[in-house]
Design a protein around this ligand. Structure first.
Ligand code: AMP
Ligand code: MG
Length: 253
């Protein structure tokens, strides 16, 4: 299974907000064996969102969209996704129940507050989409064909993803090694591991931790294990926190 991520929001493009959703979702999908092929940030622009969702929906097994849900006029993601799949937006019964339940709980906890929420608008998802309830906030998500639409607020995004996480499963497994060997000294062994076992081997220098992290990934667990053993015999492996105690920096020499 492969997937693409689209994070929506002018504030992400302006550098006002760090795109923690993309990193969190990429980690979750990777942990489930799914290959994440793209991460793209787009503005709150209905046409751009619709075009990108359509393109990624065709190109990948799943596309996960986060951000730009809710009642304010700058949030247009639900309209855009509806447009991407040529469907109108329509209030959904289950989504409405979810919105009403969340509102009732909120008003009970804040009795002095007056809220003017357009429940129908909050509960509108593309027609015949499957709603995903939002256990942490107001805006429900939804699934349309292979597109998963999640809210942008990180706690809500994580909770809504949790409702559908079981639908993401792939074959890719990976193992991580840490080494204090300089990159330049490992080039031959890294290339040999890739070729011999048909796996990918990424090398990620971490100056602060004073090690190079090697990540071996592949869809065959035996090949990944074989490549890890092959590398362990050839490079100096250390525990993840061991490099910090060394005087010398390894980095990307
Ligand atoms: P919205 O997506 O417009 O509903 O945004 C709700 C809140 O979530 C805002 O404070 C956003 O900045 C924040 N947010 C939206 N997308 C992301 C993201 N990809 N990573 C981190 N925070 C986000
Ligand atoms: Mg927004």
């Amino acid at each position: 299974m492969d997937a693409a991520l689209i994070t929506v929001g002018d504030e992400l493009l302006a550098g006002d907000t760090t795109d923690t959703n993309a990193t969190w979702l990429a980690g979750q999908l990777t942990d489930r064996g799914v290959v994440v092929r793209r991460v793209l940030t787009v503005p709150d622009d209905e046409t751009v969102i619709a075009d990108t969702v359509r393109e990624y929906s065709d190109a990948f097994d799943a596309v996960v969209v986060t951000g730009g849900l809710g009642g304010t006029p700058d949030d247009v993601t639900m309209d855009a996704v509806a447009r991407a799949f040529d469907r109108p937006l329509a209030p959904d019964d289950l989504a409405r129940e979810d919105v009403e339940r969340t509102l009732a709980a909120y008003l009970e906890a804040n009795p002095d507050l007056e809220l003017d929420v357009d429940v129908d608008a909050e509960a509108a998802i593309p027609r015949d989409a499957r709603p995903i309830i939002n256990p942490e906030g107001l805006s429900p998500g939804c699934v349309v064909e292979n597109a998963y639409v999640l809210p942008g607020i990180p706690d809500e995004m994580e909770a809504v993803f949790g409702e559908v996480a079981g639908e993401f499963a792939g074959e890719v497994r990976s193992e991580t090694l840490y080494t204090t060997d300089p990159e330049a000294n490992m080039i031959g062994d890294l290339a040999a591991a890739r070729e011999r076992f048909g796996v990918s081997v990424g090398c990620y220098p971490d100056r602060e931790a004073r090690h190079n992290r090697l990540k071996v990934s592949g869809s065959d667990a035996d090949s990944v294990a074989g490549a890890v053993e092959f590398l362990r015999e050839r490079v100096t492996t250390v525990a993840a926190d061991e490099g910090r105690d060394r005087e010398e920096t390894v980095g990307d020499r």
